[in-house]
Design a protein around this ligand. Structure first.
Ligand SMILES: [Zn+2]
Length: 505
């Protein structure tokens, strides 16, 4: 053993000569004049196992001797391999000023983290992204829950490592919402689509789950998600909703084929006609339409579904009996469906939901919030918001823009800001800076007079901050992929502050 140690120091000595040519040192003796003798008193610890051991080893080689530098670095590097705590690796790293050695110490101590916090410690201490990525990829499995995977994915720079962390993290989630949250952190829209299709679909149970997945994915993943759902579900309404999300003629044809067999009324055939892209299919739909009755048979009671929605979502939904306006069964299904795709906190801000007929035919919905005098303290207080869905005669749903469902989300977004004014103030500050509320005698309302910083998601959104907010919420819900691409700052606001993660089921 002793011989081996001596041999080690001889090698060390040789390497010092190679690494530090002394001719470069002004005023220093030439190489052949140097003799190095190891201090006799030094007791070499062969296998340092603690930080103290490594430092003791290091102190045997004083830093003021230039020729000790490489040897000292070697002690640090060898020591790092034998330590067992990430904290000690960090401490060891502080013993050198050489950035390459600092990073190599991290790599040599890559085995030390015992939990996510310690992985993060090493990643933070590394000054080079490939070293950071190496630490991450070696320690992915240390994460104990999906949130840690999410944070780890954000630390990674290399797309394939980032995506590996995400796909492993999705397996540790317990809900579709969390799985999608992770998938969204993928390195690209393509990787996100792949994660949604391959890793998130196992979490999907209902047609609405598939709707959320399809809305978040780009093609070809979106098409594959929709076709998967087409193979699973058998209700006309569910499949019609899913098929409406597709922009692909082939996918739409496939939906039309199955819907053709499920439709029970002329009105069903009218709905799927726009799906069909070949003359054969169009003819079949037309033929069947001629044979079917005008309306589908009512198969469940509206009052029962209203009660179900009330119990499930806590929104008081009822007919508007003073005006004899009643919800149709299909509208109630739409409402229930939309609620299934919204964060619970978002839904809770709406207190009541009623149908309204008459009035301006171009107004699809409205949200009102009455002020009431509080009997106890005599102060005016705002009543909980009521969302009103207009134009009951139309009973329409159009795939893009307005439509019943988009309008519902738009109106509910107004309820969100009624209940949380600070959200609207933050929105105004960011997207309509420099304004204040001024009273407009013409409309007897307060109008916000800030100027629009960047275009809203629609013309209507350009008119004023609260419509900008509501339209942005609608688009975030309807087409997050498009919104992320075309309105990234509004997308981010909606994602972080309105459709918050903790609200997802
Ligand atoms: Zn509005």
């Amino acid at each position: 053993m002793k011989f081996a140690i001596k041999y080690f120091y001889m090698l060390l000595f040789l390497s010092i000569l190679t690494n530090y040519p002394l001719s470069a040192q002004n005023g220093q003796p030439f190489r052949e004049d140097i003799t190095i003798t190891l201090p006799k008193s030094v007791k070499v610890t062969e296998k340092p196992t603690t930080y103290i051991d490594v430092i003791a080893e290091l102190n045997k080689l004083p830093a003021y001797e230039v020729w000790n530098w490489a040897a000292r670095e070697n002690v640090l590097l060898e020591g790092a391999k034998k330590l067992s705590s990430a904290m000690e690796i960090i401490a060891l790293q502080r013993e050198t000023i050489n950035p390459t050695v600092k990073n190599q110490i991290i790599l040599n101590g890559i085995h030390t983290p015992k939990n996510f916090a310690e992985v993060q410690l090493l990643v933070d201490a590394a000054t080079n992204s490939s070293v950071k990525d190496k630490v991450i990829s070696e320690n992915i499995d240390i994460c104990s829950n999906w949130a840690e995977y999410s944070r780890l994915s954000e630390l990674a720079s290399n797309p394939s490592i980032k995506n590996e962390v995400i796909t492993k993290g999705i397996l540790k989630t317990d809900s579709l919402g969390k799985a999608i949250f992770l998938a969204e952190r993928s390195s690209s829209a393509d990787a996100e689509g792949k994660a949604l299709l391959e890793k998130c679909t196992p979490f999907a149970k209902t047609p609405f789950d598939y709707q959320i997945l399809a809305r978040n994915a780009i093609d070809p993943y979106k098409s594959k998600i929709l076709l998967k759902a087409l193979g699973i579900f058998n209700s006309f309404e569910d499949l019609y909703d899913l098929g409406s999300l597709s922009g692909s003629p082939n996918v739409k044809n496939a939906f039309a084929e199955k819907l053709l067999a499920l439709g029970t009324a002329k009105s069903d055939m009218d709905k799927i006609l726009p799906f069909a892209n070949n003359s054969n299919l169009l003819n079949n739909i037309q033929q069947l339409k001629d044979q079917l009755p005008d309306n589908p048979p009512a198969y469940r009671d509206c009052a029962q579904l209203m009660n179900e929605i009330k119990t499930k979502w806590g929104v008081n939904i009822h007919d508007n009996l003073t005006q004899q306006d009643r919800w149709t069964y299909q509208q109630l299904q739409w409402i229930d469906g939309v609620f299934q795709t919204l964060p619970k906190e978002f839904i809770k801000q709406t207190s009541e939901l009623i149908p309204v007929s008459g009035g301006n035919p171009f107004v699809f919905g409205s949200t009102i919030q009455a002020s009431q005098l509080n009997k106890k303290n005599g102060q005016w207080v705002n009543a909980p918001p009521i969302v009103r869905m207009h134009e009951m005669g139309e009973r329409f749903e159009i795939a893009d823009g307005g439509g019943f469902k988009g309008t519902l989300v738009h109106e509910m977004a107004h309820a969100v800001t009624f209940q949380n004014p600070s959200l609207l103030y933050a929105w105004e500050n960011q997207f309509w800076p420099g304004g204040k509320n001024v009273f407009d005698p013409a409309t007897a309302q307060n109008i916000y007079n800030g100027s629009l910083k960047s275009p809203s998601v629609s013309d209507y959104g350009n008119t004023e901050p609260k419509e900008d907010f509501a339209e942005s919420a609608r688009l975030f819900w309807q087409d997050p992929v498009k919104m992320k691409k075309e309105f990234p700052d509004r997308y981010q606001f909606m994602k972080d502050k309105v459709f918050k993660m903790e609200f997802l089921g």
